[in-house]
Write a protein that binds this ligand. Structure first.
Ligand SMILES: NC(=O)C1=CN([C@@H]2O[C@H](COP(=O)(O)OP(=O)(O)OC[C@H]3O[C@@H](n4cnc5c(N)ncnc54)[C@H](O)[C@@H]3O)[C@@H](O)[C@H]2O)C=CC1
Ligand SMILES: O=C([O-])C1=[NH+]CCC1
Length: 312
């Protein structure tokens, strides 16, 4: 009989998953994915189970990476909660399998994996696509992704100013108190965005919050929210004017309201830029539309498990 899977907690994932290890693994797997060698990376489109009664969704995200022999599946629930709800918006678990025997080796917290790997992928997009001189970072939203993005962006880059905007000013003020360095709390999206070189959108908005008319020409936007085909964070002007990069063409064309409803065309996947088969047009305004991928969770889970084994 198979051994029982090990359980790896949120705290352990937080301790074991470090950006320095994670970023090269993500770059490598994004590059592999964009080669479209179906025997190398298998990642079906995310299956979504709508939970209409609760204004929520369950996403199923399996992936197999042959070269590294990683088989994993994340299950993530996400809800549009009202403002005063104390319940979390996202919760996830990742199952890591033994691909040869088919048994589950580990069940681990996937919420921290989701927070860290998403932010790390946005940091990769910024490394590749942001303008050469970047001084101002702007974060729209002040939730979990805002914090993980702040952490990796301040670790990887140095900005003269970091701005945050949130629908409720007190949440933005709380964010500014919680993080390590100085943050300018902005009263409007326009105030936060104007003059920013890198803009991160990490909101639960269903309608555009970021308008193209406020965005400095040449800025880079990492658009992380709006992961349903009828949800938006960015307006048509921005989507149509910018050079649009995505994590997966199939994912973005199926799930991203910003892409589907604006009719914007996708210029490249991040993996194609990593592979050198598509250029990074840093001199132009760029949008990286992130939806999240099972392969990102799979490499993260493997890193966590390998470290856990060496430290147990
Ligand atoms: N691309 C990817 O791989 C992933 C994307 N996400 C998305 O990132 C976004 C942020 O996620 P979390 O930080 O975990 O959520 P969270 O619930 O911790 O934070 C959400 C933030 O959005 C704000 N917000 C809610 N409704 C809004 C509205 N109508 N207009 C403007 N702001 C609004 C909230 O005030 C809060 O600041 C979500 O859209 C989520 O689905 C999450 C995980 C992975
Ligand atoms: O990749 C992911 O885990 C998610 N993307 C949008 C909601 C959750």
């Amino acid at each position: 009989m198979s051994e029982l899977p090990v359980l790896i907690s949120r705290e352990e994932v937080m301790r074991l998953l470090q950006n320095d290890d994670l970023i090269p693994k993500l770059e490598s797997v994004l590059g592999m994915f964009s080669k479209r060698n179906g025997a190398e990376v298998i990642q079906p489109l995310r299956t979504i189970v709508p939970l209409q009664k609760y204004n929520g969704f369950l996403g199923l995200m399996p992936a197999y990476i042959a070269h590294e022999d990683i088989l994993a599946a994340k299950m993530v629930s996400f809800y549009q909660r009202d403002n005063d709800s104390v319940l979390p918006a996202h919760q996830a678990s990742v199952l890591l399998f033994d691909p040869e025997r088919g048994n589950v080796k580990a069940v681990m917290d996937g919420t921290v994996i989701t927070e860290k790997r998403t932010a790390a992928v946005s940091a990769i997009s910024s490394k590749l696509l942001m303008p050469p001189k970047t001084e101002v970072l702007c974060i729209l939203g002040s939730g979990h992704q805002a914090v993980s993005h702040y952490d990796v962006f301040t670790q990887m880059f140095s900005f003269k100013e970091i701005r945050v905007w949130s629908r409720r000013r007190e949440r933005a003020e709380q964010f500014a108190r919680d993080v390590q360095g100085p943050v300018t709390v902005c009263s409007s999206v326009k105030q936060a965005v104007e003059g920013s070189d890198v803009i991160i959108t990490v909101t639960m908005a269903k309608e555009p919050v970021l308008l193209g008319e406020w965005v400095k020409p040449g800025a880079h936007v990492a658009a992380v929210g709006a992961c349903r085909p009828d949800w938006r964070e960015l307006d048509n002007a921005l989507m149509r004017e910018a050079v649009v990069y995505v994590d997966s063409r199939e994912g973005a064309s199926t799930e991203s309201g910003d892409i589907i409803l604006s009719g914007a065309s996708i210029f490249a996947e991040l993996g194609e830029v990593i592979n050198g088969t598509k250029p990074a047009q840093c001199e132009k305004t760029t949008v990286f539309k992130s939806l999240g991928m099972g392969i990102q969770d799979a490499v993260s889970a493997k890193l966590v498990f390998d470290k856990w084994k060496t430290q147990k």
